[in-house]
Design a protein around this ligand. Structure first.
Ligand code: NAD
Length: 330
């Protein structure tokens, strides 16, 4: 049955900034019993004008940064919900000052999707799949051995951050034959370290020793550009750098220079400093680099779960409760 389309000035709205999913039926169905509706605000549209004169109780966003004016100029705003894990596009301090709950959806199962994607990027880079594909289509046939391919039996994986996605990636790298796991994570406790049989190390040592360096931390002021020119300079010539967490963690120009100079083997990148990367962005022209469009999280199963959980958070807030995955607790 089609949802009731008549709205009044009192109708509570959950505004979706830059909607990108096929539809919002799951969220709509969850909030409909409260007389609430989903309000899509397409890319390019001014969010403040779209929300003006409406009773907006929640703003939902994927990658779009929350316009500073939204924190102050949307009276009645109770929730900013990030579809996904990272909340770096939300100003947590201002939201807290305004008593706006910020929530994410950390547990929609994307650790499987993202860690699969990390492995896919790794194998595509290490096995030079994209180059080989282009060569075969162009009529070239080299039967391997044209350019070196690093093996990974008994190799060392370096995981920066050891949360949900890194742990799923750890299992997968071990299955590939990586025998040593180095972890740099200031919050790694002894119990987790022992349970996962990983070696805790500082970031510089990880960069020196790892054959594959994979990033899995949130983007914060402490982690911005943690992989900079100096740390890239510490890496092995055969190192592969993987990033399916946040673009701002890596100095993209420094990484591209190292790839051009042959100082690292290759890179697999799902996330960029600016998304989509502008024409001329350094990694677009880097050799032996496989790129994707911040799609690590996606599968049909994960998007359904993500939207179902978003609907559940909207319901909690409509019922007067805080969201379950409340990030800026006060
Ligand atoms: P998580 O919260 O489970 O784990 C993050 C880990 O980073 C934690 O163990 C934390 O202790 C660690 N950490 C925090 N500060 C650190 C620092 N300074 N140095 C090293 N480690 C630090 O998060 P997750 O679900 O595993 O997500 C990891 C990253 O992946 C996030 O940036 C998230 O936004 C991103 N992500 C990307 C996609 C995608 O589509 N590519 C999808 C989901 C999540």
């Amino acid at each position: 049955m089609r949802a009731e389309t008549v709205t009044t000035p009192e109708t509570p709205f959950a505004a979706v900034l830059e909607p990108g999913y096929a539809d919002y039926a799951l969220e709509e169905a969850a909030i409909q019993p409260f007389g609430a509706r989903v309000l899509p605000v397409p890319a390019g549209e001014d969010a403040l004008s779209a929300l003006a004169d409406k009773n907006v109780f929640a703003v939902l966003t994927r990658e779009r940064r929350i316009d500073p004016a939204l924190y102050s100029d949307v009276p009645g705003l109770k929730l900013i919900l990030r579809y996904g894990v990272g909340v770096d596009n939300v100003d947590l301090k201002t939201a807290t000052e305004r008593r706006i709950h910020v929530a994410n959806i950390p547990d929609y199962g994307a650790e499987n999707e993202v860690s699969d994607h990390v492995i896919a990027l790794y194998l595509a880079v290490a096995r030079r799949i994209v180059t080989r594909d282009a060569e075969v289509r162009a009529g070239l046939w080299g039967v391997g051995q044209k350019s070196p391919v690093p093996g990974h039996r008994n190799a060392t994986i370096g995981l920066i951050g050891f949360g949900r996605i890194a742990r799923a990636a750890c299992t997968r790298f071990r299955a590939l034959g990586f025998s040593r796991v180095l972890v740099s994570d200031p919050y790694l406790d002894a119990k987790t370290r022992a349970a996962w049989d990983v070696e805790a190390t500082d970031l510089d040592s990880l960069c020196r020793q790892a054959d594959v360096v994979s990033l899995h931390t949130p983007l914060t002021e402490a982690t911005r550009n943690i992989i900079d020119a100096r740390r890239i300079g510490l890496m092995k010539e055969n190192a592969v750098v993987l990033n399916a967490s946040r673009g701002g963690l890596i100095d993209e120009k420094a990484l591209a220079e190292a790839l051009h100079a042959g100082n690292v083997f290759g890179a697999g990148i799902d996330v960029f400093e600016a998304e989509p990367p502008a024409p001329g962005s350094p990694l677009l022209g880097a050799p032996n680099t496989v790129l994707s469009d911040h799609c690590g999280w996606y599968s049909e199963a994960s998007v359904g779960e993500l939207q179902r959980r978003a609907g559940a958070e909207l319901v909690r807030v409509l019922e007067g409760a805080p969201p379950a995955n409340w990030v800026n607790r006060w």
